[in-house]
Design a protein around this ligand. Structure first.
Ligand code: ADP
Ligand code: MG
Length: 940
């Protein structure tokens, strides 16, 4: 009420917004004669001047009027279109990072060039986002001459190809005119890049799976203009982008490993508080440390595994996975007890919370342990396929420094745009007044009656020659209408948003005399429906009729055909205008008012005549499910007879209410998805940030030093707690843990001299530090830094992937748990946070362990098993284009094994040429084993 009064006094908010921009429009218009006087080269050189001014930190706002004037003039010269004043306003709205609501046919494609040009001056690149590949390509080709005239480069990314706009590029295929194929990275280096939301999003995810800077394709996410923004940021926002791939190992391997575990013999168990001297070669295959829930293989154990699995060398990089599996298998058997740590229920292994004793469906142990327990219990091993990377559109587009959008229908969703994307909506007035007639809805009792009426309406119009566009909510409904029309002998076309390029051709002619076109919501969106037909598209048809392939036709043939086409469309346009323009028939109300408006907006463009009429029935989903009995009651009160439709304000209002309710409901669903993704988003930012630092080549030495410190303190806290009496220290456990983690062995005698925890800390820290320093002097500083980065990258990737798997399961399981009154989202956040913390701890431990133990074989490039795991990745619509490259590193296994050594190939020999085994005494006479002595040097 107050709103309505305020509107009368001050005009709507949109009117005020627009009014505020009018002086700038005037300013641009004043500049017009000056820029018109410039020759082409002088106009082009304005870009350089503007670039310089923007770089010199002149506020970009300051150069806006001039940039817009230059852009408009270039459009006039190169495209034959001069931006209307309202289009300048639209351009300003977009530049302000808002949504410009501009009706269909207002020329949004051209509008986008203004802010795109202005914002590209900074050199950071502008992305223009379209709903499909066809439109990305079309818009780049269409607007290309304008950017080209101004000296800007244009890129196009398509699903499996990338191009740049180059008018000099000759290709016989006119669909690809002026599109020179280039690599994806170059397409992103262009000033302006056209592409779909899917491609931009997937490129982002893929970039974060790369292993070197050169492989990244995207630059910073600077400014995006999203066309058909409601479709992309609202309708598509319910389904996130997912890259998935086969789970790292085949499940068969888990069973195979599981079979050999019972054949291995336990050598020792380290129990708390007992000082047990750990000897490396004790009888038995493995040592169990109950306290830290770790298992390590002995020398003998390694030999046993090699024999049982028929593997010649478990330390060969290609067998790392096997070693890891063996360790997890041992843990599953030796440390995890059924009905204590987990239960088996309905063929699933369910973790039991160790503190509360509650079952935790959906939670999984990480790093392959859960699968190992599943193998041990002989149940089905979950999941062959898993998420490798995922993001919602909401979170992808929120990463841009500046985001803007345009569409014919945004206002009904203004709240969502504001809340989720911080995007305001400004309604830009139309260039010409809208004169379309919107008939009030008519409601029938049954669907059958409704469709009969629809067909009658179509036929009535069709007999006069007036073109009709019929909108449906599904392909199925389109087919139903089509069948009815066929029965009555009415010629028509059906579109269902599958073949964008072909459908664009059909919908372009939906305004021709006598045309009947049936289309679902998205079909042919973005294509202009001209009354009397579209001469460009028609000229292709003419060529085909003459037996000429429009793709290979000569320029001359094409020009002739175009003249011919115009001769047809121009008088036809006049006739169709007289017939009342394009008539829209809606066969159902969509769940959202916005989509209905979108359909209506197809008619009455640029001041054309037109009309729209929606036909409904009480059997429609919307009325049935959401309209409830309310509408029914109204209808019955008004006394509805079979075959007798009703048009009543009460009904129309009830329908709008029902639609609002559904819109809210759908908004809640999207918000919910986003709330869940927001948790992941923070974690993704951290991980991707770390990856990026590593790829950038930043030294990780400080991080590693910090991690080592943390781990040393962690070990000390575990075995010699602060405040505990030295007699209660578990030095056996500590020794084993230090050996496992840092490959350090402190002689027992040294412990005897320590009497305080500080002393112990100092001793251990010193030993570990020395060991690391020794590693560094052995490998050299440069190599060590590179090794750090390399190991971090690999381990982060594997663990992150594993984490995503856990999160998938958590999401599935969270609803199944009985939380009483607690909110699942809160629980999810908490657990996801814990899982992430655990993962980070794991990353630290594994990286550090590998850094202490890994063997480096120089000049011997080998496959990296963990890295090649990405290779089979699939996005929801295709495969990962390039395999990550293998590097020259050869990491030996980490895990909880004693210091591993790589298998030098060919078999190691002493300097005198004799063969020598890993466990043989070294030939140098040191008394140490060969693997602990000269093997390292020899293998370089
Ligand atoms: P929208 O995306 O807003 O529905 P389009 O960008 O598809 O509209 O453009 C619709 C039609 O309007 C196109 O045929 C285009 O050539 C025409 N058009 C747009 N702007 C102008 C202009 N300033 N002068 C002349 N024609 C224009
Ligand atoms: Mg458009």
């Amino acid at each position: 009420m107050i709103d309505a009064i305020l509107k009368k006094i001050f005009g709507t908010k949109h009117e005020r917004d627009v009014k505020r921009m009018m002086p700038v429009v005037a300013e641009i218009n004043v500049l017009e004669p000056t820029v018109q006087a410039l020759d082409d080269a002088a106009l082009r050189s304005r870009t350089d001047e503007l670039r310089k001014r923007v770089a010199d930190r002149a506020e970009i706002e300051e150069v806006l009027p001039e940039a817009f004037a230059v852009c408009r003039e270039a459009a006039r010269r190169s495209l034959g279109m001069r931006h209307f004043d309202v289009q300048l306003i639209g351009g300003m709205v977009l530049h302000d990072g808002k949504i410009a609501e501009m009706a269909t046919g207002e020329g949004k494609t051209l509008v986008a060039t203004l802010p795109a040009y202005l914002n590209a001056l900074s050199g950071k690149g502008v992305h223009i986002v379209t709903v499909n590949d066809y439109l990305a390509k079309r818009d780049a080709q269409w607007m290309g001459p304008l950017y080209h005239a101004l000296g800007l480069t244009v890129g196009v990314i398509q699903h499996e190809a990338s191009f740049t706009y180059d008018p000099a590029y000759a290709t016989p295929d006119i669909r690809m005119t002026a599109l020179r194929p280039i690599d994806r990275r170059s397409a992103y280096q262009c000033d302006i890049t056209y592409g779909t939301n899917n491609e931009f999003g997937f490129d982002y995810l893929r970039d974060n799976m790369r292993f070197s800077l050169e492989e990244l394709v995207q630059r910073e996410l600077h400014y995006a203009i999203v066309d058909e923004v409601d479709s992309i940021l609202i309708d598509e926002a319910r389904t996130p982008l997912i890259i998935s791939g086969p789970a790292e190992e085949s499940t068969e391997l888990y069973y195979k490993i599981d079979r050999i575990i019972p054949k291995l013999k336990r050598a020792a168990t380290i129990v708390e508080g007992k000082l047990s001297e750990i000897e490396e070669e004790r009888e038995g295959d493995y040592i169990v440390d109950e306290k830290s829930k770790a298992v390590s293989l002995t020398e003998q154990g390694i030999a046993s595994c090699e024999r049982l699995l028929n593997v010649d060398n478990l330390y060969d990089p290609q067998h790392i996975t096997i070693l890891h599996h063996v360790q997890q298998g041992l843990r599953a058997h030796a440390l995890y007890r059924r009905d204590v740590d987990y239960v088996v229920k309905d063929g699933e292994v369910i973790i039991v919370d160790e503190f509360t004793g509650r079952m935790m469906p959906g939670r999984r142990w990480s790093d392959g342990l859960h699968q190992a327990v599943e193998a041990k219990e002989g149940v089905r091993i979950e999941r062959e396929n898993q998420t490798l990377a995922t993001i919602t559109f909401q979170n992808y587009f929120r990463m841009y420094d500046k985001l803007a959008g345009m569409t014919g229908t945004a206002e009904t969703e203004a709240e969502e745009f504001a809340k989720i994307y911080k995007l305001d909506v400004t309604v830009v007035p139309t260039n010409r007044d809208l004169i379309r007639i919107n008939h009030p809805d008519v409601v029938y009792k049954t669907e059958r009656e409704k469709f009969n009426a629809v067909v009658e309406d179509i036929i009535k119009r069709n007999e006069t020659g007036q073109p009709v566009l019929v909108g449906t909510v599904s392909i199925e409904k389109s087919e139903a209408v089509s069948k009815l029309l066929k029965k009555r002998g009415v010629r028509h076309e059906v579109l269902n948003a599958k073949y964008h390029e072909r459908e664009a051709e059909i919908v372009a002619q939906a305004g021709r005399e006598g045309a009947v076109t049936i289309a679902t919501n998205m079909a042919g969106r973005g294509t202009d429906i001209l009354l009397g037909g579209n001469p460009d598209f028609l000229s292709k048809e003419i060529l085909r009729k003459k037996g000429i392939d429009p793709v290979t036709a000569s320029t001359e043939e094409r020009a002739t055909a175009l003249v011919e086409a115009r001769r047809i469309t121009e008088p036809e346009h006049q006739r169709v205008v007289e017939l009342g323009g394009l008539h829209i028939v809606g066969t159902e109300r969509h769940e959202s008012r916005r989509v209905d408006n979108q359909l209506r907006g197809r008619s009455g463009r640029q001041g054309d005549p037109g009309s729209s009429h929606f036909y409904l029935s009480l059997e429609d989903d919307l009325l049935r499910i959401f309209g409830s009995q309310r509408i029914q009651r109204i209808m019955e009160r008004l006394g509805m007879e079979e075959g007798e439709p009703i048009e009543h304000k009460l009904v129309t209002r009830a329908i709008a209410t029902a639609q609002k309710r559904v819109e809210n409901h759908n908004f809640e669903i999207r918000k919910h998805l986003l709330e869940y993704d927001d948790v992941m988003n923070k974690q993704r930012e951290i991980i991707y940030g770390m990856r990026r630092q590593i790829l950038d080549g930043e030294s990780q030495a400080d991080n590693v030093a910090e991690w080592i410190d943390d781990l040393v303190i962690g070990a000390l806290d575990g075995y010699a707690a602060e405040g505990a009496h030295p007699e209660d220290w578990d030095l056996g456990g500590l020794t084993e843990a230090l050996h496992r983690q840092f490959d350090v062995k402190i002689p027992a005698a040294q412990y005897d001299e320590v009497v305080s925890r500080e002393g112990l800390t100092e001793l251990v820290q010193e030993a570990v530090k020395q060991r690391y320093a020794a590693r560094e002097s052995e490998l050299g500083e440069e190599l060590m830094r590179a090794l750090e980065r390399h190991e971090m990258l690999i381990v982060i990737d594997t663990q992150w992937k594993d984490h995503l798997l856990s999160i998938d399961h958590l999401k599935e399981g969270i609803g199944l748990r009985g939380y009483g009154q607690r909110d699942p989202l809160t629980e999810y956040k908490k657990e996801a946070f814990d899982l992430f913390q655990d993962m980070v701890e794991r990353v630290k431990a594994i990286v550090v362990e590998r850094l202490f133990k890994v063997q480096v074989v120089r000049d011997s490039p080998m496959e990296l098993p963990t890295i090649t795991a990405w290779a089979d990745a699939q996005e929801s619509r295709g495969a990962l284009p390039s395999d990550p490259r293998a590097s020259g590193w050869t990491p030996s296994p980490g895990g909880s094994a004693p210091a591993p050594a790589p298998r030098p190939a060919p078999a190691p020999r002493t300097p005198t040429g004799e063969k020598i085994g890993r466990n043989d005494p070294c030939y140098c006479g040191s008394g140490k084993k060969y693997k602990k002595c000269h093997l390292l040097q020899d293998s370089r």
